[in-house]
Design a protein. Structure first.
Length: 89
């Protein structure tokens, strides 16, 4: 888990953005080096409230891609279903 990012204001438009760097090893997999979506607001208070769920979503994407890169896909669910079928039969 990382430290919560602060929204940053575009110098010309005044609109706030969320910015989160992608780990270098995941850039080829994710396809970008930085997540930088607009928060579509010029109000700092609103930007701070909008950034919380966005931060969680981006962190989840990075964690999921990291797990895939390490070969830790969702195999536990399949294993559990196979064992359940064997025990029922």
């Amino acid at each position: 888990m990382s430290i919560m990012s602060s929204p940053f204001k575009h110098p010309k438009s005044g609109i706030f953005y969320f910015r989160k760097a992608v780990p270098k090893r995941l850039v080829p997999i994710i396809g970008k080096a930085v997540f930088k979506p607009s928060l579509n607001t010029k109000d700092l208070r609103e930007a701070k409230s909008l950034i919380i769920p966005l931060h969680a979503e981006v962190d989840n994407k990075i964690v999921n891609q990291n797990d895939r890169a390490k070969g830790k896909g969702n195999t536990f669910g399949d294993f559990g279903l196979r064992n359940l079928r064997v025990s029922i039969a």
